[in-house]
Design a protein around this ligand. Structure first.
Ligand SMILES: [Zn+2]
Ligand SMILES: [Zn+2]
Length: 143
């Protein structure tokens, strides 16, 4: 360690935390976290510390807000997925009921059509029978 700048015959025991000047124990004016040669250096050191604290704090809060933002985004994604799933479920139910209704309608229409067709077919058959009966009777008369 160098000698004290004020007392060149005394070995320095520390350095000013602000200006870096070597100091003997008698020359330390302020002890506050570090050793300072004067009040001015103490004030300067405090300011620097406060600034670096502020920088560190700002960095930390930026990191924190980044994390919070990430969490919010994650939450939004989860909420969106959940809402989407729920919406899909509800929609599916609706679609299913609509589809079932449509199927029922188609089935009912098909049954009606089938009935109508079979009735029509029956009528046609009867007509044909009548015609052929008439034809047979005519033929029988001719003979
Ligand atoms: Zn100093
Ligand atoms: Zn000294």
């Amino acid at each position: 360690m160098a000698v004290c700048l004020n007392h060149t015959d005394t070995e320095a025991v520390t350095r000013c935390a602000a200006c870096g000047k070597p100091l003997c124990a008698a020359c330390v004016a302020v002890r506050d976290g570090g050793d300072y040669c004067s009040e001015q250096c103490h004030a300067r050191g405090k300011q620097a510390a406060a600034q670096s604290d502020a920088v560190i704090g700002a960095k930390a809060s930026t990191e924190k807000s980044k994390k919070i933002r990430l969490l919010i985004i994650l939450f939004i994604i989860i909420a969106a997925v959940a809402a989407g799933a729920m919406y899909y479920k509800q929609n599916k139910k609706e679609i299913d009921s609509k589809t079932n209704a449509a199927v029922r309608q188609v089935k009912a229409t098909a049954a009606k059509t089938e009935k109508a067709v079979s009735q029509e077919a029956g009528a046609v058959k009867q007509k044909l029978n009548t015609k052929s009966k008439y034809k047979r009777e005519r033929e029988a008369l001719v003979k």
